[in-house]
Every structure is written in structure tokens, then in C-alpha cells.
Design a protein around this ligand. Structure first.
Ligand code: CP
Ligand code: NVA
Length: 311
């Protein structure tokens, strides 16, 4: 459907708005099916390798449960279980895994590794997070926004925090492609790469949305969604002190939520959250917070990706 069979999800750059829209609709259908307690066999007989160089709760469990729900078998391969890129080249591991498995998920540091896995394995590869992108997270975020806001087009989405890492990069692509006005609100030192922004501005032009990069906190005015992520990502722990100093004024707190002027503004976060840093406990636990709907949707959207690309 929509040219998705056999396709890898390495970055949302490679997906059209129609393909993204189809995955969101399929995820909603699969979610309704699961809610009715119906077990399926859409992935029966498939074997899926789950490679994790970095830790994970949501992504790992989403892939595992999604496989189990639809009859596939997931095999977890942690960083000490295989030699990927150390004693064996990525290309060689990819060619071996491609002979055993129907698909491969990879979470790690380098986007190049996930790209090479796809290039050499010959099976669909899913990016479960790299330093550059986190595309499966964005599908869950868009589904959650659709559920709570009704539509995506014309909504105002503000990402607050570290604007130059996987979450901001991927949200820029996903929002711009789907017609959501996106603001990346960050201190200038943490703004996204200019070339990346230019590409996303191109997507926004096509969808009729807007991309804004700013350090002005007043830009939260009129937001439908305030979204944040950790101030130092996995692998960046040594930057903690510097980031806390830079990002303290950008904490999502009640004052910022009020500044939006929208009493129904949603709070979103990919999780895990470090409460007291990027978000206060009060906002995290508030009625506007939809973080656990968002976490649940990781599973339904990841299931949709596997069903669309494998069955
Ligand atoms: N949001 C997310 O990717 O969570 P995990 O790191 O727990 O997989
Ligand atoms: N930016 C975060 C996202 C976690 C889901 C990280 O890379 O650690």
C-alpha cells in the first residue's frame, strides 16, 4: 500500500505525507483492534532482529509487543551480544542478519550504521533512534496529536529545548510534511543545522505550514502543543552542566504553559523525562499532559510500520 512494502524507515525524509498519513490511519485501526482484544496474524512467521546499542524502554517494548500481537518473533540483540562494527563490519553483520530475518530494527549512535544495515541486509530496516533522527517516535507523536486535536493541519507545535538533536530534527521533518506549524524554541547555541532547516522549509512550503527557529520565549503564544525532550541525550552525559545552564530559561513550567494563552494546550514529551529539568513535575502531571498516550502510541505506530512494510 502506498509503496510501503519492503521499505525501510531510516528517516521521515524518505516518506511522503500520504505514506505518513496512511501509517497513522493504519496505527489507529490496529489500536482499535487491540482495544477490542483481537489478536492478529498480519506478521505471522516473520522474524525481526532488534539491535540496541543504547538503552530503551518504549522502543524495545513497542517492537516486542507489536511482534507478539501479530504473530512475529522478535530477537533482541544488545550491544554486548553481537560484534556490529567492532569485530565484524556493519556490512557483514547486515548480510548475515538479512539471511535470517525479515526485518531489522536498529538503535544506536550513527545514522550511517542504520543506512548501511538497510543497504547490505536486503530487508526493511527501522531506525529505532540515532543521534540524528528518531522517526518512529514522530509517528506516535503525530497520532497522539491527531487523537487530541482532531487534525494536524494548521496546528501550532512548539518544540522547546535542545534543537540540534534527534527529536528536534525529526519533529521538524514530520510537522513540516504534515502541515503543522513548527517552532523550535532554543538558545542559539542549540539551534538545528541550517541546511536541515532549509530542507524542512521546503516541505512546509508544499504542505502550507511554517517553520520558525527562535530563542524568544514569547513565541509559545497560541501554541496547541508544547513539546520537550531531555537536555542531554544518551551519550551526551558529560555535557550536563553546560546544558543545564543554557536551557534553564527554557524549562517547560506552568508559567510557560500559561504564556501560550491556550488553556487547552497539550504537553508532550518523548520520554524518558528528567523532571525538574526540562519539565516541572506540575506540568508533567497536569491534565494537559498526554505523555502516556504518546508512549502507548509508540506500540501502535511501530506495529503499523511493520505491517505496512512486511505483510
Ligand atoms: N521515547 C523513546 O524512544 O523511549 P525509549 O528510549 O525508552 O525507547
Ligand atoms: N534525545 C533523546 C531521545 C530519547 C528518546 C536521546 O537521544 O536520548
Amino acid at each position: 500500500m502506498f509503496g510501503l512494502k519492503g521499505k525501510s524507515l531510516l528517516t521521515l525524509h524518505d516518506f511522503t505525507p500520504e505514506q505518513i498519513g496512511y501509517l497513522l490511519d493504519l496505527a489507529a485501526e490496529l489500536k482499535a483492534k487491540k482495544r477490542m482484544g483481537v489478536k492478529g496474524n498480519l506478521l505471522a512467521g516473520k522474524n525481526v532482529a532488534l539491535i540496541f546499542e543504547k538503552p530503551s524502554t518504549r522502543t524495545r517494548c513497542a517492537f516486542t509487543v507489536a511482534c507478539n500481537d501479530e504473530g512475529a518473533f522478535p530477537e533482541y540483540l544488545g550491544k554486548d551480544d553481537i560484534q556490529l562494527g567492532h569485530k565484524e563490519s556493519v556490512a557483514d553483520t547486515a548480510r548475515v542478519l538479512g539471511r535470517f530475518f525479515d526485518a531489522i530494527e536498529f538503535r544506536g549512535f550513527s545514522q550511517e550504521v542504520v543506512t548501511d544495515l538497510a543497504k547490505y541486509s536486503g530487508v526493511p530496516v527501522y531506525n529505532g533512534l540515532t543521534d540524528l533522527y528518531h522517526p518512529t517516535q514522530i509517528l506516535a507523536d503525530l497520532l497522539t496529536m491527531k487523537e487530541h486535536l482532531g487534525t494536524l493541519k494548521g496546528k501550532k507545535f512548539v518544540f522547546v529545548g535542545d534543537g540540534r538533536f534527534n527529536m528536534a530534527n525529526s519533529l521538524l521533518i514530520g510537522c513540516a510534511k504534515m502541515g503543522v506549524d513548527i517552532v523550535v524554541l532554543a538558545p542559539e547555541a542549540l539551534w538545528p543545522d541550517k541546511n536541515h532547516v532549509a530542507v524542512c522549509e521546503g516541505y512546509a512550503k508544499e504542505s502550507g505550514s511554517k517553520v520558525t527557529i527562535t530563542s524568544d520565549i514569547e513565541s509559545v503564544k497560541g501554541a496547541d502543543v508544547i513539546y520537550t525532550d531531555v537536555w542531554f541525550s544518551m551519550g551526551e552525559e558529560e555535557k550536563a552542566k553546560e546544558r543545564i545552564a543554557l536551557l534553564q530559561p527554557y524549562q517547560v513550567n506552568s508559567e510557560m504553559m500559561q504564556k501560550t494563552g491556550n488553556p487547552n494546550v497539550l504537553f508532550m514529551h518523548c520520554l524518558p523525562a528528567v523532571k525538574g529539568y526540562e519539565v516541572t513535575e506540575e506540568v508533567f502531571e497536569s491534565k494537559q499532559s498526554v505523555v502516556f498516550d504518546e508512549a502507548e502510541n509508540r506500540m501502535h505506530t511501530i506495529k503499523a510500520v511493520m505491517v505496512a512494510t512486511l505483510s
